[in-house]
Design a protein around this ligand. Structure first.
Ligand code: CKX
Length: 599
């Protein structure tokens, strides 16, 4: 279990939070000798590097852009006045893919996994009134027990190169904000909420974890700041009369205020926005607040020009505006948990999130998308790295659920993307992942994962583990594309008929479908890669979906063009975006907009 608090930084009269975002020092360490040479005490010849951002796309030298191995970041900070006798933490939104943190030369924490927060208690390492040196030692190599999976190739000159088993660039660095947090000695560590709807009213069941024994009290404020419910005790229920529900694309957020009270004095306070809503699956329907919802939206990436995977509020804002313009209501955090700010934004905008762990690349192929799209078979789970992979997978799932559990936007958890699922090994592996995950979410949200073409109804061993079934299918692109699109339609219908014949009575959601499309490429009649073909492909797929009532959602691939590893199948990245990488619509965007406005 994680001993530290994953709560998002919050500041008020009792808690402080300041970011260290800005220009840091940076140095690569190709020989991995920085540790022995004492770089924890300061980098010998650094260059400057923006945080948060991936380092890759700032460089003009390809060897620096594709740098794989150890690298270091460093910055300096002062404590704020009044922070001398406080408990102090440093919090990284993520360190990709693994990192070790040092404060004034003292090693504080090592964390594996590049997409979830890393925290270290710096209380005993900092010097009030003096500059404090924060150094981070990172590594971005891929292997078959890392999430995501891949390999690291050593070139004849000794240089390392990432060989992802996945179709997105191996962006690395400090991608999310870094915070120094000041907290009281006795503090709120965690909280969970679950909901019951009772006619017009709602019950908010809460439980609060602190690191002390003093009393806890909890209140709920409405949009205007008025307290509408109050309760005492670390566990309890807030009764909200005439509750405003958090609805899809019509969000209402309350603020929950948690306090620790010692002798009538409040010694810690944590406040966060929450939304009252329920999630349930009934037969083939996904119910939010007991009403069926059809998922309309996208698989996304954290990806943008120059910044790579670095979080930027401006990019998030534009993405939500574009998604709303098409009347989308949902996105999948393919293929890793995103920066927490995405979830806060989705909470406000009423978007549903299918939250995904970085369990991608679980097929031994560096052109995995081809294997996955065409149904080529590759074993994976028989490999000897499995015990460590499984441990990492469960740890990631646990950290993601702990971090994201209170967001109303998160309606379900995706525990994998396109692994090999047809062997007994795969079943054993995923049974362990699902069993662990079932214990973790206080709201018991549905669990699923995205299945690729190999995972056919007669072969897949793992779909029974899922509460609803997500299909990534490319009939008309990887299979029977262009002039063979009629055949593609027949093949898609044939597969759906087989699923239907199984009478599973669960919802199915398409979590990927799409065609690479070069913006501005026009052709009449259409050919593959043209904007016209992207439209025709979607029209065909949507026509089929509408004939199967167990299909309860369509998350198209991808929201926007995104960067990948170079190769003969990718022209400066994956071009399946409905929007370009700079977020301008391709012609198919208007097809989606029309369809989703009417659905
Ligand atoms: N699915 C058939 C995983 C995504 C890829 C996508 C693609 C594949 C398709 C597999 O990460 O980008 O090839 O476009």
């Amino acid at each position: 279990m994680i001993e530290y608090s994953e709560l998002y930084p919050c500041s008020n009269a009792l808690r402080g939070a300041v970011t260290l975002d800005g220009l840091w020092k940076f140095q690569t360490d190709a020989k991995g000798e920085g540790e022995a040479l004492g770089w924890r005490d300061g980098l010998p010849s650094p260059i400057s590097m923006p945080v948060p951002a991936s380092f890759s796309d700032f460089f003009t030298d390809p060897k620096m852009r594709d740098y794989t191995g150890d690298f270091w970041y460093e910055t300096e900070f002062f404590l704020q006045p009044g922070w001398e006798n406080r408990r102090l933490w440093v919090r990284f939104g993520s360190l990709t893919h693994r990192g070790r943190v040092f404060c004034n030369g003292k090693e504080l924490v090592y964390h594996e996994g590049g997409f979830l927060p890393v925290l270290a208690d710096i209380t005993d390492s900092v010097r009030p009134g003096k500059p404090n040196r924060l150094v981070v030692h990172l590594n971005n190599e891929l292997n078959e027990s890392s999430l995501p999976c891949g390999a690291t190739k050593v070139m004849p000159d000794g240089r390392k190169l990432a060989k992802p088993y996945f179709d997105f660039y191996n962006y690395s660095g400090i991608h999310r904000s870094v915070w120094i947090l000041s907290m009281p000695e006795e503090s709120i560590q965690d909280y969970s909420v679950t909901y019951t709807l009772r006619g017009e009213d709602a019950l908010v069941h809460y439980s609060v974890v602190t690191n002390g024994t003093n009393a806890v009290r909890v209140s709920l404020q409405d949009h205007s700041g008025k307290t509408v419910a109050f309760s005492e005790g670390a566990e309890g229920t807030l009764e909200v009369t005439k509750a405003h529900l958090w609805q899809v694309r019509n969000a209402y957020l309350y603020t929950i205020v948690l306090e620790i009270v010692e002798n009538d004095r409040v010694i810690d306070r944590y406040q966060e926005k929450i939304g009252i809503r329920t999630v349930r699956i009934e037969g083939t329907q996904i119910l939010i607040n007991e009403k069926p919802v059809y998922l309309k939206g996208y698989g996304k990436h954290e990806d943008f020009e120059l910044l790579g995977r670095g979080f930027q509020w401006g990019v998030a804002k534009r993405d939500f505006e574009c998604m709303k313009w098409t009347e989308a209501n949902c996105f999948r955090t393919s293929h890793y948990p995103y920066a927490e700010e995405w979830y806060q934004f989705a909470d406000e905008e009423g978007f549903l999130i299918l939250d995904e762990v970085p369990a991608v690349g679980m097929m031994r192929s560096t052109r995995n998308f081809v294997a996955a799209g065409t149904g080529q078979y590759t074993y994976f789970f028989e490999a000897p790295t499995v015990p460590q992979l499984l441990a990492n997978h469960i740890q990631c799932t646990e950290e993601m659920m702990k971090r994201d559990k209170n967001h109303p936007s998160v309606f379900a958890w995706s525990l994998f993307n396109e692994p090999e699922t047809t062997s007994q090994y795969a079943y054993d592996y995923f049974s362990a992942v699902f069993a662990a995950a079932r214990q973790l979410d206080p709201q018991h949200r549905p669990l699923t994962g995205a299945f690729e073409k190999n995972s056919q109804p007669e072969l897949c061993q793992c779909y029974p583990l899922c509460d609803f079934i997500c299909l990534n299918r490319y009939y008309g692109w990887y299979i029977s594309g262009g002039p063979e699109i009629d055949e593609a339609e027949a093949l898609l219908r044939a597969e759906l008929d087989k699923w239907q014949a199984k009478n599973l009575h669960v919802p199915f959601v398409f979590t990927e479908l799409g065609t690479d499309t070069l913006p501005g490429e026009h052709k009449l009649p259409s050919i593959m890669w043209s904007e016209e073909y992207q439209k025709e492909y979607y029209e065909m797929n949507f026509r089929v979906f509408d004939d199967y009532d167990f299909i309860q959602g369509e998350l198209v691939w991808n929201f926007a063009d995104f960067q990948t590893t170079e190769g003969i199948m990718r022209v400066n990245g994956n071009k399946k975006g409905i929007f370009t990488r700079t977020r301008q619509p391709k012609a198919a965007a208007f097809i989606l907009k029309k369809r989703w406005e009417e659905r």
